[in-house]
Design a protein around this ligand. Structure first.
Ligand SMILES: [Zn+2]
Length: 249
């Protein structure tokens, strides 16, 4: 599997969004966009304003009630060949959302702060989606690729880097036993956890040929929201949005 790395500074901006290099129009909100709020808060005025800059209303976007699960839902009004995936009306409790081409929603979205947003598109099925993968939810990509297949385009948005993400030893041990020793590191007696690396391993094992990653760390890049850096006092969430087609308003 090849890994193609890009940095945010090289990517175009649209208002308070960074436009990501992907098969479908894909965006990640900057800190200047404001707090995008908890997963499915469609009434959040900050979110409504930011989505307006993309020509979207909050109800154009299929959101899920994120709870650090490994569950992916497929939003459909009709039957599809994705029979292995639970088809639901949103918002449902899940941390990943997949949209077929014919869905009434124009985009899929999740909110993150340090966790990894994963953008997906499968041209064969015309399915577009986005996942929220933190340490607890790591494995959600495995579930999504089981549904979509290896011929899926995969982009990792910005997340907290391995050596910025110190965790308790117990968590590191549990993560390593599930995702491999290479996903944790001990430096000076402290444990660090690499979410991006674990997800690259998942994509590789699923037979994905190439993954594009945004290499910026949310904790280091003050242009982005970070739970670890900003803490509870000014904690905010970024939105990761992917449009299901190229027809933007
Ligand atoms: Zn960092």
């Amino acid at each position: 599997m090849t890994v193609d790395s890009v940095t945010l500074s090289a990517l175009p901006r649209r208002a308070n969004w960074i436009e990501l290099p992907f098969a479908r129009p894909a965006f990640f909100s900057t800190r200047t966009a404001g707090d995008m709020g908890r997963s499915f808060e469609t009434e959040n005025a900050t979110r409504v304003a930011a989505l307006g800059d993309l020509g979207l209303t909050a109800s154009d976007v299929a959101w899920v009630k994120q709870e650090h699960t490994r569950d992916v839902v497929y939003v459909s009004e009709r039957n599809s060949r994705l029979k292995s995936c639970k088809s639901v009306r949103v918002p449902a409790v899940a941390d990943g959302v997949l949209l077929p081409g014919m869905a009434k929603y124009r985009a899929a979205g999740v909110t993150v702060a340090d966790c990894l947003p994963i953008y997906l598109h499968n041209n064969r099925d015309g399915v577009t989606g986005v996942l929220h993968s933190g340490w607890k939810g790591t494995g959600i990509l495995d579930r999504a690729l089981e549904i979509l297949g290896a011929d899926t385009e995969v982009l990792f948005g910005p997340c907290i880097a391995g050596l910025c993400y110190a965790v308790p030893a117990q968590r590191a041990t549990a993560f390593a036993s599930e995702w491999g020793d290479e996903c944790v590191e001990n430096r000076g007696g402290r444990w660090f956890l690499d979410i991006r690396r674990a997800n690259l391993g998942i994509a590789d094992r699923r037979g994905v040929r190439s993954v594009r990653i945004v290499s910026d760390c949310t904790h280091c890049n003050s242009d982005l929201w970070s739970y670890r850096r900003d803490g509870n006092a000014i904690f905010g969430l970024a939105a990761a949005v992917v449009l299901k087609d190229d027809h933007q308003r």
